[in-house]
Design a binder for this molecule. Structure first.
Ligand code: B12
Ligand code: SF4
Length: 517
């Protein structure tokens, strides 16, 4: 068979990084089948285009994966594929929780011929085999012969052939710049961010999160050797194509077992397998000075920290009381001393939030080393404890919010403010963190560091700004650049005054979260 794995675009920004599930399932597909990958964030497609593609390329089976926020688009694309007579299998966190919706068993239209529940590492080869025999079942669940749920151990872990996979659609550098950048000769022919996992599962069970329910509370790790080998493969590829590769460790909590993380980082250093990387780690685990030393030495550049709120009552409400707002600043200083910076994520519209929460949060943020703050709204994702609590309390205003996805819009009423007030708080958070004045201040706060760090924070802030204020088109980008011209010109002057080479080494990882192009 010829199989297409497709990930729909999120409809707001373009993702900066391909989705790991596609590469993983490709690596797990029996070799007699051919697999092509299309990420809608990199190659935008509408319903007519996917139907045409499937028809013209003689695709026999389409696999679609989606988070809740992209599922409406995923269903439309699935409908278009099924309309030309090709079978569709869907998987991922949304359809795992809402399989009946995908299969049309809830009274709505059917979108998928089959649904893969949960982690599909073991079910995928079976799905492919059944599809090839024309015997697809409706539901595939990762269970053993006795019907007990079976989670993949990650040992062994499939080898993703990063040295051979075609990655053209995932180059973040605009095509127009390729010839120029290649001539600069500083290894900037391409720039890609590659997702990699070193483990799965999280025991913390925060109320709003899908992860504990989906991956389970038992944590599973790959061997250090397998992670190191994958890094070495990526490093070799970057060298060969004269480009840059950075890694995003997508583990929900990269340091959940500190002892094991330290041993992995030591092995990365010993094998000289360092590339620049980003990882998600909760603040409580970053108290450990030795861990932070190893992160820096092993190539860690940006740490994503789910701070959620600066209000301990809010954190207790959502079962995230292990976050201690009083130590946020100390943790960020500890990282910054090693030139590691943080992407700090906040949620507004929590039950104890009142108008003014954005300004109170911004005041704290301004006292920290410069980073990349991001702001979202409390969102009841299907099957989470939060969803169940709000549903039982009759507080859901849009119980099936995913059917009509609206970015940055609440689907329930907060307790101490209105929905409109919560929306306005998020707007204040973004506008104040990514205004030209705020960007200039963040850049200037690194005046005591080499120029590369200032360029790094400028590029990252400009890109992150696009999560809330999408700068998709050339005109929008031009406007952003003009608005920030003071800071840009200042840095150009410093670069030429101090010699360009002083700037190059440390900008090698623009830690872009949502990379608009
Ligand atoms: C990396 C990541 C991101 C990246 C982007 C995604 C990317 N390019 O990789 C970033 C940081 C940008 C991000 C952002 C967001 N994310 Co996110 N993200 C993740 C994370 C940490 C890892 C995803 C991953 O690769 N997992 C590892 C792979 C192997 O697992 P998987 O994708 O689930 O795939 C397995 C199965 O699901 C299945 N499968 C998946 N697809 C398919 C398809 C087929 C055909 C089949 C057969 C099987 C199958 O097989 C795979 C192997 O077992 C997950 C949490 C997690 N641990 O998964 C959250 C997660 C996916 N994100 C989540 C959310 C909510 C978001 C945000 C909305 C947060 C926010 N409020 O802004 C944004 C929205 C992003 C956007 N613009 O669309 C939720 C989604 C829940 C839901 N019901 O949709 C998750 C589960 C975390 C959570 N807190 O609950 N995210
Ligand atoms: S620590 Fe992170 S991944 Fe784990 S349950 Fe809480 S929000 Fe989810």
């Amino acid at each position: 068979m010829k199989i297409l794995l497709y990930n729909p675009d999120n409809g707001v920004t373009r993702n900066f990084m391909p989705h790991l599930w596609m590469f993983l399932l490709q690596a797990l597909t029996p070799p007699e089948h051919q697999v092509v990958l299309i990420d809608g964030n990199a190659q935008p497609m509408d319903e007519a285009a996917i139907a045409r593609y499937v028809h013209e390329n003689h695709i026999d089976l389409v696999g679609i994966g989606a988070m809740t926020r992209m599922v409406a688009k995923a269903y439309r694309m699935a409908d278009a594929v099924r309309a030309v007579g090709v079978k569709v299998v869907m998987g991922g966190p949304h359809v795992t929780e809402m399989a009946d919706e995908a299969l049309g068993r809830d009274g709505g239209a059917r979108h998928a011929d089959a649904v893969a529940l949960g982690e599909a590492d073991q079910t995928w080869p079976k799905i492919v085999e059944d599809a090839a025999r024309g015997k697809l079942k409706d539901v595939y669940a990762p269970v053993d012969d006795f019907g007990q749920e079976r989670k993949p151990s990650l040992q062994p872990y499939p080898e993703i052939p990063w040295d051979k996979i075609k990655l053209d659609q995932f180059n973040l550098l605009p095509g127009i710049l390729h010839p120029l950048l290649k001539r600069v000769g500083a290894g900037w022919g391409t720039f890609r961010i590659i997702p990699m996992e070193s483990g799965r599962g999280c025991p913390y069970g925060c109320e709003f999160c899908t992860v504990t329910g989906f991956f389970g509370d038992s944590i599973r790790f790959r061997t250090n050797e397998s992670v190191v080998n994958e890094l070495l493969l990526l490093k070799a590829r970057a060298k060969e194509e004269g480009g840059q590769i950075a890694v995003f460790f997508i583990d929900d909590n990269f340091a959940i077992n500190v002892k094991r993380t330290k041993s992995l980082l030591r092995d990365i250093i010993a094998a000289n397998a360092q590339v620049h990387w980003v990882a998600q780690i909760s603040a409580n685990l970053l108290r450990d000075e030795e861990l932070v030393d190893l992160i820096a030495a092993a190539g860690g550049k940006w740490i994503f920290i789910g701070m959620e709120s600066i209000d301990p009552l809010n954190l207790a409400d959502v079962k995230k009381g292990f976050n201690k707002p009083g130590e946020y600043g100390v943790v960020l200083d500890r990282l910054a001393r090693r030139n590691v910076f943080a992407i700090t994520s906040f949620i507004f519209g929590m039950d104890n939030d009142t108008p003014g929460v954005a300004e109170r949060t911004l005041k704290e943020i301004r006292s920290w080393p410069p980073g990349l703050p991001i702001f979202g709204l409390m969102t009841p994702l299907p099957a989470t404890p939060l969803y169940k609590r709000l549903e039982a309390a009759g507080r859901l205003t849009r119980p099936k919010h995913w059917q009509e996805f609206i970015p940055f819009a609440m689907a329930h009423t907060p307790l101490k403010m209105s929905i409109d007030e919560a929306h306005s708080e998020v707007r204040i958070g973004w506008a104040n963190s990514y205004s030209p004045a705020a960007i200039e201040k963040a850049v200037d706060s690194l005046n005591h560091k080499p120029l590369g760090y200032r360029i790094n924070i400028l590029i990252a802030r400009l890109c992150f700004r696009g999560i809330y204020f999408p700068s998709m088109g050339r005109f929008a980008w031009l406007k952003t650049i003009i608005e920030n011209r003071r800071t840009i010109i200042k840095l150009i002057r410093q670069a030429f005054g101090g010699g360009l080479h002083a700037a190059v080494p440390s900008v090698a990882t623009p830690p872009v979260a949502e990379q608009p192009r």
